[in-house]
Design a protein around this ligand. Structure first.
Ligand code: GDP
Ligand code: ZN
Length: 312
């Protein structure tokens, strides 16, 4: 038999597949050199990948399916290796939503950092939603800061959901936003990623999760990502050991393309290409002056331009 399924777990050359939206797990192996064209990643197949498989009858532990083809990816997130090998590791593919957990309390969000992550999401075409978490700790004291945060990011085109894993506020909205989607949570350590995931599904502790009785060999291999079904539909990709994903290196001229609110007006700049810094008749600068593009986001953009020059 042959079929198409999604990778829900990976450990070395062992995979667990399920034909989503159905949650019926079966093992599979990757044999030989099946690779997605042009990929230099250390893992040829990642959680979230859609694959074709073949098997002599129903796949079982003794007779796993064989992955024969990796179907084209809609998007993916990668982590760059820390050494200089230029290799990368695919965290997950075909994500429907990334939730970036941030908070105005501890660890206080640094907007330029958040903006860099958002740029990375744009580059990899992964839709990002911001969860402004722990609002129980500060919204009553600093309502104007919460409003300002909302204005900045909603103005840029992102959805902001105010959440509290403590009181449960916003958890229903989050649940709805996850519905039927393959989701990944990211954010600085301590922002509340695990607490929010637990609020979505109390039965699911991402740190100790075990998806099934399909036992994989090669438990010793590190950095296993896996996907869990959420109780109200949707799937969660858990990424143990990493809190974030790699930032991308971009050419200076490219950066503005990944600020959606700049991209929307940039074709009205007098000079094209335009760096949106010193050029006369720059539509982006005009939009910043008019308050249509937030000064904070524009500053993050300038910071990225500067860093780019520093590294050259
Ligand atoms: P992670 O590192 O992003 O997974 O963060 P955790 O979920 O482990 O949360 C870090 C700390 O913040 C823990 O002590 C949580 O109890 C606390 N925390 C998480 N979310 C909230 C929230 O909405 N309100 C309050 N008051 N504390 C929270
Ligand atoms: Zn311009």
């Amino acid at each position: 038999m042959t079929g198409e399924a999604t990778v829900v777990k990976n450990s070395g050359s062992h995979y667990v597949l399920s034909a989503l939206p159905e949650w019926r797990l079966f093992p599979a192996l990757l044999r030989g050199r099946v690779r997605l064209k042009g990929s230099t990643a250390t893992n040829p197949v990642a959680v979230g990948d859609r694959v074709r498989y073949a098997c002599d009858g129903e796949p079982t532990l003794e007779r796993p399916a064989t992955i024969t083809e990796i179907l084209p990816r809609r998007n993916y997130l990668i982590r760059k290796s820390v050494n200089l090998s230029r290799q990368s590791h695919i965290i997950a593919a075909n994500l429907d939503a990334v939730f970036l957990v941030a908070t105005l309390y501890f660890p206080e969000i640094r907007l330029p950092f958040l903006d860099r992550i958002l740029v990375t999401c744009e580059v990899y075409k992964v839709p990002a939603t911001i969860l402004l978490n722990k609002v129980d700790l500060y919204r009553a004291e600093v309502p104007d800061q919460v409003e300002a945060f909302r204005r900045i990011y909603e103005g840029a085109g992102y959805r902001v959901i105010e959440t509290s894993a403590r009181t449960g506020e916003g958890v229903d909205a989050l649940r709805e936003a996850c519905h039927g989607k393959v989701c990944l949570f990211s954010g600085e350590s301590g922002a509340g990623k695990s607490s929010l995931v637990k609020a979505l599904d109390p039965a699911l502790d991402p740190k100790i999760g075990d998806i099934s009785d399909v036992h994989l060999q090669g438990r010793h291999t590190t950095s296993n990502y896996e996907m869990y079904p959420l109780p109200d539909g949707g799937y969660l990709v858990d990424t143990p050991g990493i809190r974030g994903f790699g930032l991308v290196d971009l050419e200076k001229e490219e950066i503005a393309k990944y600020f959606p609110e700049m991209l929307r007006v940039a074709d009205r700049c007098r000079f094209i290409p335009c760096t949106h810094t010193h050029e006369p008749g720059c539509a982006v600068k005009a939009a910043v002056d008019a308050g249509e593009i937030s000064a904070e986001r524009y500053n993050s953009y300038l910071g990225m331009l500067e860093d780019d020059q520093k590294f050259r």
